[in-house]
Design a protein around this ligand. Sequence first.
Ligand SMILES: Nc1nc2c(c(=O)[nH]1)N[C@H]1C(S)=C(S)[C@@H](COP(=O)(O)O)O[C@H]1N2
Ligand SMILES: [Mo]
Length: 203
Amino acid sequence: MLFKRLTGAKQIKKQEGVVAPPGQFVTEKWPVMTFDAPPRIELETWRFDIFGLVNQEKSLNWEEFMSLPKVTIDSEFHCVTQWSRLENTWEGVSFSEVMGLVDPKPEASHVMMHCFGGYTTNLALDVLLDDDVLFAYNHDGAPLDRDHGGPLRLVVPKKYAWKSAKWVNGIELMDRDRPGFWEQRGYHMEADPWKEERFGSFW
Ligand SMILES: Nc1nc2c(c(=O)[nH]1)N[C@H]1C(S)=C(S)[C@@H](COP(=O)(O)O)O[C@H]1N2
Ligand SMILES: [Mo]
């Protein structure tokens, strides 16, 4: 469909002279959006867990995570509060690389992303397995700072940025969709900026 793939969407937007999704303003600044103070995280005790509907749960420390193959991805970042930062270069580990470490059960269809500090957000597994989704530790050539989710955050370019969980520490595989932190408070379950899925249809 139209706008399904970012590369395709970029071509279409160029032709139509559209630069950002409907209702968005373009900014070159990078605002910080966090519901609470950023959590204190020590790399020595940092852990990342993959659990729920997998045949064997997996837990990685920082060194193990950093030894995974790297990717670099250019993508847009759209916040539901109406700003879009169009050019971002992220470096990190692709979601599919991380999922390759476990054997998900056949009924696993959705994911709850977990973070230090307790934030959560829900996503369909097929959305996360898209090739532009990654766990990022660098942004525009510099280590991701603490306010923006350092040491590690999720980046899901095709969704509003509340789905790009900061300070991630776990992937929970589930057999159905369940609302995360903002989704429980009225944000949309799907969060496609091109469809302006800001507020919930579901709740
Ligand atoms: N752990 C956590 N992740 C989070 C948030 C948060 O409050 N806590 N805010 C979300 C929201 S609403 C947005 S718009 C983006 C903002 O990312 P930024 O602060 O790097 O711009 O992070 C998302 N990820
Ligand atoms: Mo946001």
